[in-house]
Design a protein around this ligand. Structure first.
Ligand SMILES: [Zn+2]
Length: 421
């Protein structure tokens, strides 16, 4: 029988004996028979050559569609006695997927590749498969890739915590356990590692994985003002410079400003002013002045004309932006003390607390002027992970979620790991 070379290449040792087209039902069946030159059967588990035959059974494998018809390969699989396992085993066929016994390798590779950029449920819907089996395939595939995963070389990293899941009502756990620690490479801008919780152990795990030799090569570690991370960095790579991420500095600063705006709104403002300083406009008070639109500027000048405290709040916020633009640490320190004066003079409660905290950590913050770490990376990764979670309507399996983050934002995908199907 005529056999195209392509098929011969992908299904070695088999001949096509029949092609049945069930066009009305929407599928094609390709029936295969073992060729005469088929190599001897090999055990599915251990790979030794099999002995006495114990019969055979039919298998129907789904493969890539032909002209949009579901396509199946139908063949008989042999059962034979394995001398090593001392058991009857089925033979190993190379073109069957390692993730599922009902799919061919090409098809499962194709499905897995689709799962890299689309949620599992969509892939299942689009290809007409069960969502659960696509999920299992995806999970299995990522786990198999993870075995080959090597952390690529890096010099500067950022450490970040990401809120992973809601509180579990079944067991008692600390809040830390609900987070992931995400470690990114600042140069390639991709995720290197994800570990459970946001405790010191989480970052220790990463340093442990890369080993002490590579720890010595790390130059910069950027993180938020979370003490456990700093402790871990000090222990494992004392030579690295620890920098606070601008994104996180601004986050704590903005929440302090917002608290004080709220206090002013509740206790000082009256009438029309109360309307103008509502929570609806909260973002307006945090926005950098030159980014505001015309209408927002008018709105704000109304507020500032009316109330002095809001003027100071605006000065303080602008001052904070200026600190980041300073050329040297000394210049920044001078600006920072100026901010402190205003904050104390106006008795902003939250900001006072923030200023005190920041003052204690000034030695760390100073490093920012040596290594300027922009906020875009952790902000971006944070966003991608959030979107990922939303797209899948949340994840139940945390191990799967971790692998998924590595797949979408990191190196655990077919672009970087070459697997022959
Ligand atoms: Zn065996």
């Amino acid at each position: 029988m005529y056999l195209p070379r392509v098929i011969k290449k992908h299904i070695p040792g088999f001949d096509i004996i029949d092609i049945k087209d069930h066009f009305k039902k929407g599928f094609i069946e390709i029936h295969l028979k073992k060729a005469d030159d088929h190599p001897p059967c090999i055990c599915n588990r251990c790979g030794t050559q099999l002995g006495v035959s114990h019969g055979k059974y039919p298998v129907r494998l789904k493969t890539l569609p032909i002209f949009n018809f579901d396509t199946y390969l139908c063949l008989w699989k042999e059962k034979r006695f394995c001398p090593t396992c001392k058991k009857v085993r089925s033979e190993k066929l190379d073109f069957i997927s390692e993730e599922s016994p009902h799919l061919t390798k090409e098809y499962s590779w194709w499905l897995g590749k689709m799962c890299e950029f689309s949620p599992v449920t969509r892939v299942a819907e689009f290809t007409g498969n069960e969502a659960m089996s696509v999920y299992r395939l995806d999970y299995e595939r990522m786990r198999r890739m993870f075995q080959q995963y090597k952390i690529p070389p890096f010099k500067r990293i950022s450490v970040d915590e990401v809120y992973a899941r809601k509180k579990s009502y079944y067991r008692k756990e600390s809040r830390d356990k609900r987070f992931f620690t995400v470690i990114c490479d600042l140069d390639s801008r991709r995720v290197l590692w994800v570990s459970d919780s946001r405790s010191k152990e989480a970052l220790d795990e990463f340093f442990h994985v890369i080993g002490p030799e590579r720890c010595k090569e790390i130059e910069v570690v950027a993180a938020d003002q979370h003490d456990p991370y700093r402790a871990s960095v000090r222990e494992h790579c004392p030579q690295a410079t620890f920098v606070w991420d601008r994104f996180h500095i601004m986050q704590t600063f903005e929440s302090a400003v917002n608290d004080d705006r709220m206090w002013l709104h509740q206790h000082i403002c009256k009438g029309e002013m109360k309307r103008l300083t509502r929570a609806k406009f909260a973002n307006l008070f945090l926005k950098k002045a030159d980014r505001r639109t015309g209408e927002e500027k008018r709105h704000l000048s109304d507020v500032l004309a009316e109330n002095n405290s809001f003027c100071y709040l605006e000065f303080i916020k602008e001052g904070m932006f200026q600190i980041f633009d300073c050329q040297t640490a000394e210049e920044a320190r001078y600006k920072f003390e100026q901010l402190g004066l205003w904050i104390h003079q106006e008795k902003f409660f939250s900001l006072q607390r923030w200023w005190k905290n920041f003052d204690q950590g000034w030695d760390v913050f100073k490093n920012y002027f040596k290594f300027r770490v922009t906020s875009s990376l952790s902000e971006g990764v944070n966003n991608v992970i959030k979107t990922l979670k939303k797209k899948a309507y949340g994840y139940k399996n945390m191990a799967y979620f971790k692998l998924k983050i590595l797949q979408v934002c990191g190196f655990l995908n077919s672009r970087y790991i070459n697997m022959n199907f």
